[in-house]
Design a protein around this ligand. Structure first.
Ligand code: AMP
Length: 486
């Protein structure tokens, strides 16, 4: 099943098209069929809140926001769950550097993160689950792993998962040892481990660290167990989609599979695994020491959320994304083009419906055509670059239709409705507040129109210059001049 051009009331229609998703587990595109019914359970790894969130986070979360919004438009009910890692080695180390309480620090950055997501128009998450609120659930899951013999104790260190006891360890990533792209900084090291890849599920207390009581002694959870305990609490032992950045495929996601399938004995833990490519800044990994680390806050001081979303969507989610000043500025220009076209459409006052025109696709079908192309591309593993290319082709064509005076008010309204529907998934159209044009500028524009009608081009040009000097621009169209603040 799937999607859908939207019908005229905004509800999804089903046209029998199939949706394909690239599944990292099978390493190929597969027809998407939810595990149980039309209700999809989806989990995406949330941030580790030890610092301000950066544009790499934003790339991953903007993409999943669009994916979830599209699934909902396709008629699915999606429960989108995201954990927040608010206790972890990284949090503790940073808090120590700053002389702060680790839990105060993580709470502060979690709050910042929610604000950042809001500013980026990310509104699809059903539930954010901070790990420290789920310690009892984590303990219950570890208990089951202990009872089944998957976990052993290293004294004065913690409880470790023995990867040799889970024969399928490596089935997601195709390996059992770390490589450069992995989140290697968080691999638990101990010379007493049975196997190099064993990971800690419960870390015994060290002075100054936040800790909780457990049957094995006071301590705190390991990183991987937070996610499976939280997802099991909300979804049970199996669910539909798990997402995250490519750096988390190994060892984080590999270890999640081992833990959950070992604890429940049910397979698959997750039916579809989705991974986003990494964002780099001018071709290099972001890092504070290289001074190319861009926080979401810094980005949004200079550029709009819509521009960043457009930049993300112009790149396929599985490919790396190279962020440069040039690429974000080009996206900003793209957003202006869309906004300008929308303003022109809003200005159309011609009431005649012109069904026959010189364009290949008649106006009556024209906006439906875009919606069909949108669905077709999104059904193909969320091919957003294709969607964006279609939108810009559509904008060019629409501008030509406006220039030729071929659009009636009704046509314009239909186009605007289509764009709005598509944008409820993409989030790239800015709220366009028509700034009030001062009386003096309006008068100048009317005077210029009079000169143009009298073919007094010299005066018309002089008035245009005067308008521009006062900070406004004039664009002529078949419906008269469009005056805007520059
Ligand atoms: P972290 O805060 O490092 O635990 O990361 C939270 C999420 O953001 C994970 O899904 C990461 O894979 C993703 N992420 C972190 N850095 C980047 C990046 N540079 N590009 C894309 N995704 C990233």
């Amino acid at each position: 099943m799937i999607c859908i051009p939207f019908d005229s009331f905004g509800a999804p229609e089903y046209d029998g098209n199939v949706m394909d998703i690239f599944n990292s587990l099978s390493r190929k595109k597969e027809e998407f069929k939810p595990l149980f019914d039309e209700k999809i359970n989806m989990f995406v790894c949330g941030p580790t809140v030890y610092d301000s969130s950066h544009i790499g986070h934003a790339r991953t979360y903007v993409f999943f926001d669009v994916a979830v919004k599209f699934l909902r438009h396709a008629g699915y009910t999606v429960f989108y769950l995201q954990n927040v890692t608010d206790i972890d080695d990284k949090v503790i180390i940073r808090a120590r550097e700053l002389g702060q309480n680790p839990l105060f620090l993580s709470r502060h950055y979690a709050r910042e993160y929610f604000q950042d997501m809001n500013e980026l128009k990310i509104s699809s998450v059903s539930k954010y689950a901070p790990a420290t609120k789920y310690i009892p659930h984590i303990i219950v899951q570890i208990k089951r792993l202990v009872q089944k013999g998957y976990v052993y104790t290293i004294s004065e260190d913690g409880l470790y998962f023995d990867i040799k006891k889970f024969s399928e360890y490596g089935k997601l990533s195709g390996r059992t040892a770390a490589e450069a792209e992995d989140a290697v900084s968080r691999i638990d090291d101990s010379i007493k481990k049975r196997n190099r890849g064993d990971f800690c599920v419960w870390k015994f207390e060290k002075p100054g660290e936040p800790s909780w009581a457990s049957p094995w002694g006071i301590g705190r959870p390991g990183w991987h167990i937070e996610d499976t305990a939280i997802s099991e609490h909300f979804f049970g032992p199996q669910y539909d989609i798990h997402g995250g950045g490519i750096d988390l495929k190994f060892p984080h996601h590999e270890s999640e599979i081992a833990q959950q399938e070992a604890a429940s004995g049910r397979k698959p833990f997750v039916k579809y695994w989705m991974h986003t490519g990494h964002l780099q800044v001018t071709g290099t990994k972001m890092s504070k020491s290289l001074k190319n680390f861009i926080t979401i806050r810094d980005l949004l001081k200079k550029y709009s959320a819509e521009s960043f979303r457009l930049l993300v969507l112009q790149n396929h989610y599985r490919s790396p994304l190279n962020f440069t000043n040039g690429s974000i500025r080009a996206a900003e220009e793209g957003i202006k083009r869309i906004a300008e076209c929308i303003q022109r459409l809003r200005k159309i006052t011609n009431h005649k419906s012109q069904i026959i025109n010189k364009f290949r696709v008649p106006n009556s079908k024209y906006s439906n055509d875009l919606r069909e192309k949108f669905c077709e591309a999104m059904n193909d593993d969320f091919d957003t670059p294709k969607v964006i290319a279609e939108i810009f082709r559509f904008i060019t064509d629409t501008n030509k239709r406006i220039d030729a005076g071929e659009l009636s008010k009704k046509d314009a309204r239909e186009i605007l409705v289509s764009l709005k529907r598509i944008d409820s998934v993409l989030g790239i159209i800015p709220i366009i507040k028509q700034k009030k044009i001062p009386e003096v500028i309006k008068k100048l524009s009317e005077e210029r129109e009079r000169c143009r009608k009298e073919k007094n081009w010299t005066n018309a040009d002089a008035i245009r210059q005067e308008i521009e000097q006062k900070g406004y621009s004039v664009k002529d169209g078949p419906d008269g001049p469009l005056v805007q603040k520059k």
